[in-house]
Design a binder for this molecule. Structure first.
Ligand code: KG4
Ligand code: ZN
Length: 401
């Protein structure tokens, strides 16, 4: 089955075409046929975070060129020879009523090329920024209507859970965000799976006793882990996104053995719940920033203490949840799972722990948002014919698993 994945929930615009076969298990195989991804991070950097209307505009501008790229890589672009092609475009006016820019780009594309060989179109329905989600959803609805291909609504977080479960070949691919050309299968692991989802919008521990069934075990009560990285980076005027910048400074601090004369309280570490709180850390950093001169050295000290503090809490709560729920596998997903230090700490801790759980992490380039994860999650829904009714498909900013 060929599935086209579309992702626009935040500041990455992404389109990915995969070919997949088999049910969730040892027989499952997939191949990436074409991929397009554009990050808007540099554009949002001036605002110190994602600006929803700018994200929406950029998605509208980039979706058609990225689809073109992905289909071209897949060898799925055939010139349109049918004289009557224009008639098929009539429903587009209503579907793209609120997306004039997308409408202007998609019409010439659809007139120029034939319907490609695709069996399902999977699109992120939530959670995320609603104006951004809507562009992807309307784009998917437009393609579905014109080409007569069924739609699948995907929960973005399920994508972040599924991707680390995949074995990806080749393991060392370069520039994977520009051009994923990979194939793979499902890694061998056991349920129950505990997923630690750490992104710009979410920090959650989710238990999955069987594929497709999810139970929320704990979540942040205020800021998400990635949001904390971004806000602390902004306080120190480092730039956006903050995660990789803080992480690089913290690594330098550890390497140069630079440690501050301060320490941050590990929020909710011993409170007995599986919930998190990161907004106090931002305040702790603000206290330093307002009282002291932020030298390069002090920034490194703050970055190190902040990263260690976040890691301490994430690792301790994950381990406790593993023990409590007898999890056999820990999956880490979401943008913050690209963080090397957090990965290492988790790996070390799980290795030493009495509970024996295996750790599955995504390739760092695929930890942040992409459309491969949406196509993969969409495939398993399409296999069950779990299709969405286009009329009822709406963006859900707070969609839960
Ligand atoms: O999953 P993602 O791409 O988008 C959302 O769904 O939110 O996650 C983006 C978040 C940002 O907050 C970014 O700062 C963080 O992931 N991030 C990192 C790293 N790389 C990205 N945080 C810590 N360390 C990193 N290396
Ligand atoms: Zn994400």
């Amino acid at each position: 089955m060929r599935v086209l994945g579309i992702e626009t929930s935040c500041d990455e615009t992404a389109v990915c075409l995969i070919e997949a076969d088999g049910a969730f298990g040892a027989d499952f195989k997939y191949k990436v046929l074409g991929n397009g991804l554009l990050s808007q991070a540099a554009l949002h950097a001036q605002y110190g975070g994602v600006f929803p209307n700018l994200a929406k505009r950029e998605h509208a501008k980039n979706l058609v060129p990225l689809l073109h790229k992905a289909l071209e890589e897949a060898g799925a672009l055939q010139p349109n020879t049918e004289a009557a092609a224009g008639a098929a475009l009539v429903p587009l006016k209503a579907i793209l009523e609120r997306e004039p820019e997308l409408f202007a780009l998609i019409v010439p594309f659809l007139l120029k090329f034939q319907k490609p060989d695709i069996d399902a179109i999977a699109v992120t329905a939530g959670p995320g920024l609603e104006p951004a989600l809507w562009v992807g959803i309307n784009f998917a609805k437009a393609l579905s209507a014109v080409w007569g291909i069924p739609l699948v609504a995907v929960n973005h977080m399920e994508g972040h859970i599924i991707l680390p479960m995949m074995h990806i070949c080749p393991e060392q691919h370069t520039n994977v965000l520009q051009n994923v050309s990979a194939s793979g299968s499902l890694s061998v692991f056991d349920f129950p799976v505990l997923a630690l989802l750490i992104s710009g919008g979410h920090t959650e521990l989710v238990l999955s006793k069987q594929f497709g069934m999810y139970q929320l075990v704990g979540e942040t009560r205020d800021d998400a882990a990635g949001e904390a990285f971004d806000k602390v980076a902004r306080l120190m005027e480092l730039g956006y996104p903050g995660g990789p910048l803080i992480s690089a400074l913290a690594a330098e601090a550890r390497e140069e053995n630079i440690k501050g004369d301060f320490s941050f309280t590990r929020p909710m570490l011993h409170d007995g719940t599986f919930d998190f709180s990161f907004s106090g850390l931002k305040t702790a950093v603000r206290n330093i920033v307002t009282k002291r001169e932020m030298t390069g050295e002090l920034k490194k000290q703050v970055a190190r203490e902040f990263e260690e503090c976040v890691a301490d809490v994430l690792v301790a709560k994950t381990l406790r949840a593993v023990e409590e729920h007898d999890a056999r596998t820990v999956v880490v997903g979401g943008g913050v799972s690209a963080n090397t230090y957090i990965r290492e700490r988790l790996a070390e801790t799980l290795e030493k722990a009495d509970a024996s759980a295996e750790l599955l992490t995504p390739p760092p380039e695929l930890a942040t948002d992409n459309a491969l994860m949406i196509a993969l999650a969409g495939y398993f829904h399409a296999l069950k014919e779990d299709f969405a009714d286009p009329a009822g498909l709406a963006a859900k900013g707070n969609l839960r698993l």
